[in-house]
Design a protein around this ligand. Structure first.
Ligand SMILES: [Zn+2]
Length: 215
């Protein structure tokens, strides 16, 4: 384990800080995700993965905080996702202020032609040039990430609707792509059907832990 690594309270394996989300326990015992790592107090770290978040609420967080934690895996996933969306919004706003965004189809085309695109963001309901642009970005070896709807993306960028945006700064692109991966993972964990747990043998785990898992 490298000095800067942290241990996931779910799977208990060590990983880089950037691969884990920090959570803190508030004075009322509430669990608050802290992806920026800025909140005071004792922190625990968890992978944004369904298995790790489930194990965290089953006992990992309580062990780390030496206090009871009343929280379901879904609630943890929802809270983490919400905080990560705020974090991504902050990154997008910072990128816009830094002039590191090309907004709209024409500007994105220019950014692709001049090879300045580091990451392509597309709205989930963007039509038209979306396929063409993401294919062109892919040919440059750059990634494409879905970010909200046209209206949501527009609201972030001070326009009515925005379907496509190119991020031109490599560092900001990496940060936005990374947080987007975690948002998708949190969302998937939240939406995963409960029966999944039983079918993967979690029933036995639950029985061993004394059946404390709420029904
Ligand atoms: Zn883990």
């Amino acid at each position: 384990m490298v000095a800067n690594d942290r241990t996931c309270v779910g799977c208990r394996s060590a990983d880089t800080k950037g691969s884990l989300v920090r959570v803190v326990r508030g004075p009322q015992g509430q669990i608050v995700p802290d992806p920026m790592g800025r909140l005071p107090g004792r922190g625990a770290y968890v992978h944004v993965r369904g298995d790790c978040m489930a194990a965290a609420v089953r006992g990992g967080l309580a062990r780390a905080f030496r206090a009871p934690v009343e929280l379901g895996a879904d609630e943890l996933a929802v809270a983490i996702e919400a905080r990560l969306v705020v974090r991504r919004t902050g990154l997008l706003v910072a990128a816009r202020r830094a002039g590191a965004l090309a907004i709209g189809t024409d500007a994105v085309r220019d950014a692709i032609a001049s090879r300045r695109v580091a990451l392509l963001l597309v709205a989930s309901d963007a039509a038209g040039r979306r396929e063409e642009l993401s294919a062109a970005v892919g040919r440059l070896g750059r990634a494409c990430v879905e970010v909200g709807t046209k209206t949501e993306l527009g609201a972030l960028l001070g326009r009515e609707e925005v379907g496509v945006v190119a991020v031109l700064d490599r560092g900001l692109a990496e940060a936005i792509a990374s947080v987007s991966t975690d948002i998708a993972a949190a969302s998937a964990a939240r939406l995963a059907p409960r029966v999944d747990l039983g079918s993967r043998g979690r029933g036995a785990d639950r029985a061993r832990s004394g059946g404390r898992t709420p029904r």
